[in-house]
Design a protein around this ligand. Structure first.
Ligand code: ADP
Ligand code: GLC
Length: 494
């Protein structure tokens, strides 16, 4: 077995160029961690018009690149830049598809109608790119439905191509709630034989399901935490995919995401006003006072603050929190610092609370990376009442910032947070099982009473949390093991 693998990441997002959520953090950090283990990784994403080409020193490298789709040829260009000193990132330019505001939907949150074509092109263009830059991948690693079709192109189109003969396909599911389901009328563009449009492969009640097809063809499929891997094998969590995942047997598993500690570390974070670590945690109080001032909360370091940084999507359980938040701030001496955007009614509701509970609830509706860092540093608790959570990154950032997570025990939240033990003061956070207003209310009450009444425990938990290590190195090693097992195995599974 070759020691040094060539690995191509195909994805729709990669921070800092294009980001809507944690997927982009993973696509940005995991290639660097794999490179640090000695592998040769490249990334390919679309060239969205929102990417500031000058700021990142992006250069056009290929003049017209022809990508054959099912019923036409598309002429693209390719740009590239160094993502870090060892990882090159490529951007596929195709103006008709990617030169518009928004990654997946317009400002009114309407999905772009040509999304199936946009991401089929990305998934297929990556193969032509490999040939044009003379890069022979051992592994094609796709992420979520947006690049899942690469798994099919690999096995159906390139199976006999000497260039990809020994290449295996790996698919990571970051969120099974989004599968890329589209009308059959798009099938011709994809270029697959009709044989694939059956309920065991691509068909889903008359539509095409990109993720389902990817799962079928991938040599290995993983999701981003062991618990979510188990949950998605059940009807309750799988959004219809459980039988297909169960069928993958040991080719479906969970690998916990890591954290980029160069970006998320209060000791060196340039986006927060005061740096600190577990030995000089008093500086965290200064971050708290700074945050209180910044988002119009009453300045008082003795009042605990609960942070929220999130997409406002049904997955996050914030509608249930919203139904109890007023009771919480009326009954309990606590403040909230809220940052997020998405669902318009939640945006309006949280915004309205800043007036109704002025000094107690501060909210910024929108996307603001610096404020996200300042919230992590300035608050005492971080709440994620998710309905489901494949991994979740913010609760892991919180640990490093000495901010104790209050989470529903699901998916990656359950895997990364250890329950508080009231007898010993062990643990790193506060977990509850049922997504109900009462459970949220009670668990916030439990956390806050620890802050006020069991100060020693609170301080001990903070230290324990800050010492936890969720570095990418350990996750990257698991990915390499999985790639190698798949390379050793039989790749003809279709
Ligand atoms: P998901 O990918 O489901 O949204 P994660 O917890 O994995 O959830 O990742 C969310 C990422 O997006 C984190 O890096 C978080 O800081 C960031 N994020 C989410 N909403 C905002 C926002 N409004 N402003 C800044 N960062 C945000
Ligand atoms: C998804 C999930 C989130 C996970 C992220 C990165 O967006 O919702 O839980 O952390 O992907 O894998």
């Amino acid at each position: 077995m070759k020691k040094k693998l060539n690995i191509l990441f195909i994805a729709s997002e990669c921070a800092p160029y294009a980001k809507t959520g944690g997927l982009s953090d993973v696509v940005s950090a995991l290639p660097i961690a794999l490179t640090n283990l000695g592998h040769n990784v490249k990334i390919v994403i679309p060239k969205y018009s929102s990417i500031d080409t000058k700021k990142i020193n992006m250069k056009k490298i290929l003049l017209p690149m022809c990508v054959h789709m099912g019923n036409c040829e598309e002429w693209c260009s390719v740009y590239s830049t160094q993502h870090n000193k060892n990882v090159t990132i490529y951007f596929i330019e195709y103006e008709k598809y990617f030169n518009r505001d928004g990654l997946y939907h317009d400002s009114k949150m309407n999905d772009f109608i040509d999304n199936p074509k946009r991401f089929a092109l990305l998934s297929n263009a990556a193969f032509q790119l490999c040939k044009d830059i003379n890069y022979k991948p051992d592994v094609i690693h796709s992420h979520d439905w947006q690049s899942a079709l690469s798994m099919i192109y690999l096995k159906e189109w390139y199976e006999d191509d000497p260039y990809f003969k020994n290449t295996i396909g790996a698919l990571t599911i970051h969120n099974i709630g989004y599968q890329g389901k589209y009308p059959y009328e798009n099938f011709g563009y994809l270029g697959f034989s009709d044989r694939l449009f059956n309920p065991n492969i691509l068909e889903d009640f008359g539509d095409i399901n990109f993720l389902k097809g990817g799962i079928h063809y991938a040599d290995i499929v993983n999701t981003v935490s062991p618990k979510y891997a188990e949950e998605t094998k059940t009807e309750e969590y799988s959004h219809g995919m459980h039988t297909f995942l169960i069928d993958k047997k040991d080719k479906y598993f969970g690998i916990l995401n890591g954290i980029d500690y160069e970006q998320w570390n209060p000791d060196i974070d340039k986006l927060i006003p005061y740096n600190y670590d577990e030995n000089n945690i008093s500086e965290k109080s200064k971050c708290k006072l700074f945050l209180q001032e910044k988002i119009n909360l009453k300045k008082d370091e003795n009042i605990p603050i609960i942070g929220i940084i999130s997409r406002f999507a049904s997955q996050k359980g914030l509608n249930v929190l919203a139904s109890v938040i007023e009771k919480v701030v009326m009954d309990i001496k606590v403040q909230f610092a809220i940052l997020g955007s998405g669902d318009k009614s939640l945006e309006n509701y949280f915004q309205s609370l800043t007036l109704k509970y002025s000094g107690k609830i501060g909210a910024f509706i929108g996307y603001d990376n610096q404020l996200a860092h300042q919230i992590e540093a300035g608050v005492d608790f971080f709440i994620m009442p998710s309905l489901y959570e494949p991994c979740g990154l913010n609760q892991i950032y919180s640990l490093k910032y000495g901010t104790l997570p209050i989470v529903r025990a699901t998916g990656g939240l359950d895997d990364t947070i250890e329950q508080y033990n009231e007898n010993t003061g062990d643990g790193t956070g506060f977990k509850f099982n049922d997504l109900t207003p009462q459970a949220i209310y009670d668990t916030i009450g439990w956390a806050v009473s620890t802050f006020y009444d069991r100060k020693k425990h609170f301080q001990k938990m903070r230290k324990t949390a800050m010492k936890k290590n969720f570095s990418w190195k350990q996750s990257a090693e698991k990915y390499v093991d999985a790639y190698k097992k798949a390379l050793e195995g039989n790749k003809n599974i279709s």
